[in-house]
Ligand binder design. Structure first.
Ligand code: F6P
Length: 370
């Protein structure tokens, strides 16, 4: 196996609090082994478009550059959710787009920079690209990242706890104004096709209805809950809606899809609020938390997970692992083949104890009358 002198770190997809902790940990663990470390700018764009960046699109990472970054949200080396090197969108003279495979070009750039191995930090997209590069001969270790908590092969990903914590704080604040005005407030949260953020923050904050993709909803039961609360003297209600929630007879609410990007979900909160106004006659407002959930300082839990994953990725390289993703399997961090890392999405099991607990608390999921 090729001896390691220099490794690269890449962060891809949507940013998640805890990425900088991974960068710090992987950098220090590598430096302590005498390895040189660089960060690739903006996913793989630094290597694909070196002319747009200083130092040919890579950032030298040393003790100084990673000092005091674990508590910072975002990623110091940048990220992108555009520009999959295996299907890179290129505009044609006639305005149409074709997808070009830039794998060989990218691998050549790794060689030019003397990079012996890659730590790719990302969600399903970046991990799939990582597996592709591994199959084409690059040494690759994946680190799972997503605020959505939807990767099945790891018990947890950093970013989720921070997102849930902040969403909970926001919903707490919305209780105040909802109570003062006797309104319905519909809070839309991210999560793509998984309802984890909505479920956990909605329960933690004490929302009255939670709509998640895993349980198709009807608004009749939601309106009934709101009316029933009114009858009991509670003039306000909080409804948390996951961006990927789907009505029983309908489809997920898509805002759009840019070339080379996944479809952008959103808009369901406004639809639900308008329909609830009609059904209940009560004033309803919508708040979309959106990208706010990706910002801010990572919680201690997410920092620790990021630090554990970053160092585990370096140990994986030292121990000779290749083509694997580090994964939390409490109480330890283990390795799973990258080929299997993204084969299944982790969604909320509709009969799990958290859902059952929510039902015991009287939270309505839009599937049963209260
Ligand atoms: O996967 C993380 C995530 O924040 C999702 O929850 C959300 O749907 C998506 O990314 C938004 O991505 P973008 O940054 O492209 O709007």
């Amino acid at each position: 196996m090729r001896q390691i002198n220099r490794i690269a770190i890449s962060t891809g997809g949507g940013d998640a609090p805890g990425l900088n902790a991974v960068i710090r940990s992987a950098t220090l663990a590598s430096r302590n082994r005498g390895w040189d470390v660089v960060g690739i700018r903006d996913g793989f764009n630094g290597l694909l478009f070196p002319e747009n960046y200083p130092h040919g699109g890579v950032v030298p990472l040393d003790r100084e550059s990673v000092r005091g970054i674990s508590h910072l949200g975002g990623t110091i080396i940048g990220s992108t959710n555009r520009g999959n090197p295996t299907a890179f969108p290129v505009e044609q003279p006639d305005g149409s787009w074709v997808e070009v495979d830039r794998t060989d070009e990218l691998l050549a750039r790794f060689d030019e920079h003397g990079i012996d191995a890659l730590i790719t930090v990302g969600g399903d997209g970046s991990l799939t690209i990582g597996n592709h590069l591994y199959r084409h001969g690059l040494r690759v270790i994946g680190v799972p990242k997503t605020i959505d908590n939807d990767l099945d092969k790891t018990t947890a990903t950093f970013g989720f706890d921070t997102a849930v914590d902040f969403a909970t704080e926001c919903i707490d604040r919305l209780f105040v104004t909802a109570t003062s005005h006797g309104r319905v407030i519909v809070v839309e949260v991210m999560g793509r096709y998984a309802g984890w953020i909505a479920l956990h923050s909605g329960m933690a904050a004490g929302a009255h209805c939670v709509l998640i993709p895993e349980i198709p909803y009807e608004l009749g039961p939601v309106a009934a809950t709101i009316r029933q609360r009114e009858e009991r003297g509670a003039r306000f209600s909080i409804v948390v809606v996951a961006e990927g929630a789907v009505p029983v007879e309908g489809t997920v609410s898509v805002k759009g899809k840019a070339i080379g990007q996944a479809e952008q979900l959103g808009g369901i909160g406004a639809t639900v609020a308008a329909e609830l106004e009609e059904l209940t006659g009560k004033e309803a407002r919508t708040v979309v938390l959106g990208h706010l959930l990706r910002g801010g300082s990572p919680t201690a839990l997410d920092r620790l997970l990021g630090l554990r994953f970053g160092a585990a990725a370096v140990r994986a390289l030292e121990e000779g692992h290749d083509g694997v993703m580090v994964a939390l399997n409490p109480p330890t961090v283990t390795y799973v083949p990258l080929a299997e890392a993204t084969d299944k999405m982790k969604t909320v099991p509709p009969d799990c104890d958290t859902i059952r607990t929510a039902r015991d608390l009287g939270i309505n999921f839009g599937d049963r009358m209260p």
